[in-house]
Ligand binder design. Structure first.
Ligand SMILES: [Zn+2]
Length: 313
């Protein structure tokens, strides 16, 4: 069942968090919906502009709608991740329940105005709007931000930003980063900043981007099989995610971990079966591994079993 993030966040605030997972292809959509149905877990399916360009906006939406029929018990929202105004308006027309306008690289006033423009288009059509304040390091789509140009969310600006822009949730920069190069500086999440943001915006849903775990074993395994990924990369720990939930983190974005999983499954398969060339065989293995991975994430996020507790209708 397709629902607004309002329903999900009203239920989870302070108690558990919703996995928001980026999808690019059919295998990932199957893996995600299969895991959500198995665990009775509400999810946010999210799509970046790059994913829309890769699959085609119509194709990716059609696959998500097909998944909703194949896995009818799944409670989910469809969210545009890191869009601009054009992407957001297009996603609203396509039936997304939620859009992110990312003007976080602009100055404060421009970020407010651009977010407000999207809010004014989205709210009359009951579409939820996520905005971002602060700048994460790393690579998201085609934008790269060096670690020394990243900027934590300023708690003093957070309330003014939300009041004036009218956004429904806020992505905060508190030390996470995009891509498989997380935390190479080893600083971890900044809970003192997060606490101040929550005090400024009590009961307001906050979003954590760049929250893959990036397990060392997976990086080592990929490199052993011929990969050349950064060895000292590490992501957000399970303990950090759990600790962030009472501070109002209602949505945790995951993309990198599922890309690493794709790489690991395929590198391993072709290393062990150099004579094979059928995409169906490793594709099935990836879907299974994806499902198993997400079921374990839902446990950590505390969202397992919560789809039935939502009392929809
Ligand atoms: Zn992001």
């Amino acid at each position: 069942m397709l629902v607004s993030p309002h329903i999900l966040f009203n239920h989870c605030y302070g108690k558990y968090t919703i996995a928001a997972v980026n999808v690019f292809n059919m295998e990932q959509i199957h893996g995600l919906f299969a895991a959500a149905e198995y665990s009775s877990t509400p999810i946010i399916v999210q799509v970046t502009p790059v994913a829309r360009n890769y699959a085609h906006p119509t194709m990716i939406m059609a696959m998500i709608k097909a998944a909703a029929k194949i896995y009818p018990k799944v409670v989910f929202s469809i969210h545009l991740d890191h869009g601009n105004e054009t992407h957001a308006l297009d996603a609203i027309d396509q039936g997304y329940t939620s859009v992110m306008i990312d003007a976080s690289h602009d100055d404060f006033e421009s970020n407010i105005q651009r977010t407000k423009t999207v809010v004014e288009a989205a709210h009359p059509r009951n579409v939820f709007v996520e905005a971002e304040l602060g700048v994460l390091s790393g690579v998201e789509d085609d934008l790269s931000v060096a670690e020394n140009h990243a900027k934590y969310t300023d708690p003093c600006q957070a309330k003014e930003f939300v009041d004036r822009s009218g956004c429904d949730s806020l992505a905060v920069a508190i030390g996470t980063s995009h891509g498989a190069y997380k935390f190479s500086g080893g600083k971890g999440l900044q809970f003192a900043v997060l606490e101040k943001i929550q005090q400024a915006l009590p009961e307001f849903p906050l979003v954590l981007h760049g929250s893959s775990g990036v397990k060392r074993n997976d990086i080592d395994e990929i490199n052993r099989l011929g990969g050349a990924l950064l060895k000292n990369a590490s992501g957000v720990t399970d303990e950090e995610i759990k600790k962030a939930i009472p501070y109002g983190i209602c949505k945790v974005n995951i993309a990198t971990d599922l890309r690493l999983l794709w790489t690991k499954v395929h590198r391993l398969f072709f290393a062990e079966h150099p004579d094979q060339f059928d995409p169906v065989v490793p594709g099935k293995m990836y879907m299974e591994a994806y499902k198993t991975f997400m079921i374990e994430r839902f446990e950590v996020f505390g969202s397992k079993g919560k789809a039935s507790a939502l009392k929809l209708n």
